[in-house]
Design a protein around this ligand. Structure first.
Ligand SMILES: [Zn+2]
Length: 401
């Protein structure tokens, strides 16, 4: 939603160097685009000793329930930290330098100075912006006490906590930085946010995104985009197959097919409450681990071409259920021809995990993230870039529930 179209011919794009992210680049409004060099990023938000461990329910729940300080400005309105009390914007860039009001957590760094306080928060580039805001804007909010969401950019999954327990999880796609289109702000910022308004569906350059729920200004949780078909229906094949990896322009695309617990975008749409905390974990410096060899996977021995995370995957016709189990260790042998099911999004093959880990290190290196210093990157490894044909979100109509 927040991204405006940057239209480039594919032919021209092919000629662009991949690492063309230059500080001098400007957008059509003559605002500099900027880059990530010299900034701390989302990887610093939770502190140096933070353990990204989704199995530690107690620590996760404590994080999800901890009150946060936000800037008490209207939802979806930007607040720019200033370089001094009543000074200039620390950063003033295309999509950059501001914290979204009422939703994005800030850390308070100083005491009140004549009505101004030093804070830090994360902008759309996933950069830490430090500066002064009016003290009167600081508001501490206690999150919803029943629900909490952790989205891990490493695993590309949304973890739904209810009453202190990890209830279920499902596949998502967070933002994918596109170096060819010079969109470093596509990255979904890490940090802590509060669920705000139920925005609804919106069209966006040839795709339709249903059930948008705002959590950080222009960034929403919404259904995986559908492509309108001639008969009026939508096809989710293309964007559905991207679930489990980065693909969006900052929004979090959520699985539309309910998992065995019923979790999917419509569950969120119907059950979430305002001020539920959404925690987004950074992936920098982290690698996707291999699943345990004994992890159970499933398939349909009667001609099925997919492998599944669940014996009762809802994408399979009832007469073939329950599916037949096999161990992850056998995936590259006996079951080498099966494709991962786009509905239940099972564990990836080791070769795919290796490839992704290498690509992510290379991308982080191109973006000047300090975490990759000293890491070995395979020579000639390609960089993940966004889809050419979904380059931006257009204007949308906002429906407040
Ligand atoms: Zn499945």
């Amino acid at each position: 939603m927040k991204r405006i179209a940057v239209l480039l011919l594919c032919a021209l794009m092919a000629l662009q160097p991949l690492f063309a992210l230059a500080a001098g680049e400007k957008n059509k409004d003559n605002l500099p685009i900027g880059d990530l060099a010299g900034f701390d990023g989302g990887w610093t938000w939770f502190g140096e000793d933070f353990h990204y461990d989704i199995t530690n329910e107690e620590a996760c729940w404590e994080l999800l329930q901890k009150p946060i300080t936000v800037l008490d400005a209207e939802e979806n309105s930007p607040v720019y930290p200033l370089d001094a009390p009543d000074g200039n914007r620390v950063v003033n860039q295309w999509q950059g330098g501001f914290i979204n009001g009422s939703q994005a957590a800030v850390h308070v760094l100083g005491e009140d100075e004549d009505g101004w306080t030093l804070i830090e928060g994360l902008d759309y580039y996933d950069r830490v912006i430090r500066g002064y805001v009016k003290t009167s804007l600081l508001k501490t909010v206690t999150p919803n006490e029943k629900y909490g969401i952790i989205i891990d950019k490493l695993t590309q999954r949304l973890y739904m906590f209810i009453d202190g327990k990890l209830w279920s999880d499902c596949a998502v796609s967070t933002g994918l930085v596109d170096l060819r289109l010079n969109q470093p702000y596509n990255e979904t910022a890490s940090g802590e946010y509060l669920i705000g308004n139920w925005v609804g569906g919106f069209d966006s350059e040839g795709m339709y995104c249903a059930m948008g729920i705002r959590f950080n200004g222009g960034d929403l949780l919404h259904e995986v985009p559908g492509v309108p078909m001639a008969d009026g229906s939508y096809s989710f094949t293309k964007f559905g197959s991207q679930l489990g990896r980065k693909a969006s322009h900052g929004c979090v695309r959520v699985q539309r097919t309910p998992n065995d617990d019923g979790l999917c975008i419509s569950w969120l749409w119907e059950n979430l409450k305002r001020n539920t905390k959404v925690v987004i974990w950074d992936d920098d410096g982290r690698t996707i681990p291999y699943p345990d060899d004994s992890t159970e996977l499933y398939y349909n021995p009667n001609g099925g071409t997919s492998y599944h995370a669940s014996a009762t995957c809802r994408s399979v016709r009832d007469k073939y259920l329950p599916l037949t189990g096999f161990a992850y260790a056998e995936l590259d042998g006996t079951y080498a021809k099966l494709d991962p099911c786009p509905h239940c999004v099972p564990a990836q093959r080791k070769s795919i995990i290796d490839e992704r880990n290498e690509q992510w290190f290379e991308l982080a290196e191109a973006l000047n993230h300090p975490m990759v210093t000293g890491e070995t990157v395979a020579e000639g490894a390609s960089v993940v870039v966004g889809e050419d044909d979904e380059s931006a979100y257009g204007e949308v109509s906002i429906i407040i529930k």
